[in-house]
Design a protein around this ligand. Structure first.
Ligand SMILES: Nc1ncnc2c1ncn2[C@@H]1O[C@H](COP(=O)(O)OP(=O)(O)O)[C@@H](O)[C@H]1O
Ligand SMILES: [Mg+2]
Length: 443
């Protein structure tokens, strides 16, 4: 079909004999190139169109085998003859050759020498010897008697072979045929290599798409986990707050009331006693009771529900400061520049951490300045409490934590449970900085 198409080109009609044949061939080569350039779709349809074109040009049965990636085996990829029954016979017979013909002469020679070989007469029979008798008989029956095997060469490598099997009744391949066939093979090899590259590229694009999809799924999963963690945190924080409220009620209804009653009795007793010495002793105890009551009231204040929902985090901290440092010493400053969203539980965590850090300043630091700042940070928000007090050695304080001294630990735990972190920076004589980072609400 294609043969006729090429032969009938008007431009070729004036030429005669060998010149005409040369023209036909060069036309055929450019046709093949043009077709191959169009056919970069998938390798199997590309190979199919190569064998079809080549078979049409030379009137042979065309067969392509490709070397496997590991270089060990060759696979029959496509076979074509204008007579499909011949093609089917050749395909079936060639399939019975062992897969590792890369190691068998003469095929191995084509691969190592990268040159075409012609199989005729004894060499032809020898080449088919590894086949079962029935396959050889079948090839003989369709009249195949000689073959030209050309290497498919690209980039200095042989990636397979193009076999041209000729029928009795046609001349054996001429020198010119060999040159022409090798040129066809080289062009086909380049097209195959291109198609392989395209396939690999497509594979990589698909892989990338898969990776992106996986990333998306991981992100969705992370979000789910994050949501669960937040729900748990909310639960935990509200349980802790409830616990504090109950302790506060006990302190108020029980401890403070009992202490107040003791105070009243002491007062009555003191008024009644007549020995001034005893009255003085009772007055000292009375002072101790009053002191204890005011400490219990301070504790009550610390136990109170965090007013973050009512007044916001920054104001709640300012209020707390006003209560614990009433004398204006140390000087305090609270700033908040947070723009990120913080849920209720996170605000309570930050409030409680600030509370603990500030009561440490009150108890231990002897500071003249304290600054509390709330800022946006990478992936979340940060609370920073800085004092210019006496400082301490944080790793010592954590390692040798005295029983009942739970402040540092509880700050850490609160931050970690909220998915964040706490950092303590301090040195004796150099003040203290506490940084608590919490993640922002995702999505
Ligand atoms: N801001 C601070 N300035 C100086 N020392 C501090 C400060 N914060 C904590 N510390 C030291 O760390 C120790 C542990 O603190 P903490 O765990 O809160 O227990 P507590 O406050 O009950 O002693 C404190 O006893 C104190 O020595
Ligand atoms: Mg403390």
């Amino acid at each position: 079909m294609l043969n006729e198409e090429v032969v009938e080109r008007p431009s070729l009609e004036i030429a005669k004999g060998p010149m005409r044949r040369d023209l036909v061939r060069s036309q055929a080569l450019s046709d093949l190139s043009a077709r191959l350039a169009e056919t970069i779709t998938d390798i199997s349809s590309l190979l199919q169109s190569v064998v079809q074109l080549v078979a049409s040009f030379l009137g042979d049965t065309a067969v392509i085998r490709l070397v496997a990636e590991d270089g060990e085996a060759m696979t029959l990829m496509a076979a074509y003859d204008t007579d499909e029954s011949v093609a089917a016979t050749v395909r079936a017979a060639l399939q019975t050759l062992p897969g590792d013909i890369t190691a068998l002469v003469p095929y191995s020679t084509v691969l190592t020498e990268a040159q075409p070989i012609q199989l005729a007469g004894e060499r032809f029979s020898d080449a088919l010897a590894p086949m079962p008798e029935a396959s050889r008989a079948a090839l003989d029956a369709v009249g195949l008697y000689t073959a030209l095997i050309c290497p498919l060469r690209v980039g200095g490598q042989v990636i397979g072979t193009l076999g041209l099997w000729r029928h009795r009744g046609s001349e054996p391949h001429s020198e010119r045929d060999r040159g022409f066939a090798q040129e066809l093979a080289d062009r086909a090899a380049l097209a195959i290599e291109n198609a392989r590259l395209v396939e690999r590229l497509q594979g990589e694009i698909e892989q990338r798409r898969q990776n992106e999809e996986n990333l998306r799924l991981t992100a969705a999963l992370l979000e789910q986990v994050d949501q669960k963690r937040r729900a748990l945190l909310e639960h935990l924080v509200s349980a802790q707050e409830e616990e504090r409220r109950r302790i506060a009620v006990d302190v108020h209804d029980d401890s403070i009331q009992a202490m107040a009653a003791i105070g009243v009795r002491l007062q009555i007793m003191r008024r009644r006693v007549e020995t001034p010495q005893l009255a003085e002793q009772l007055a000292t105890i009375e002072d101790a009771v009053t002191d204890t009551i005011s400490r219990l009231r301070a504790l009550l204040f610390r136990l109170e529900a965090a007013p973050v929902e009512q007044v916001g985090l920054g104001r709640a901290i300012t209020r707390y400061i006003a209560e614990v440092f009433p004398g204006g010493e140390p000087q305090t400053r609270v700033t908040s520049t947070i723009t990120k969203e913080l849920d209720g539980a996170m605000q309570i965590v930050l409030y409680r951490v600030a509370q603990e850090a500030l009561s440490n300043v009150l108890k231990h630091a002897q500071a003249t300045h304290v600054t509390v700042s709330l800022t946006d940070a990478v992936g979340g928000v940060q609370l920073t409490v800085v004092d210019d007090g006496v400082g301490f050695n944080p790793s010592e304080a954590i390692r040798h934590a005295l029983p009942g001294h739970l402040g540092m630990r509880s700050m850490h735990e609160r931050a970690v449970v909220a998915g964040g972190s706490l950092e303590v920076e301090s040195k004796p004589g150099a003040g203290t900085t506490i940084r608590c980072w919490l993640p922002e609400v995702r999505g």
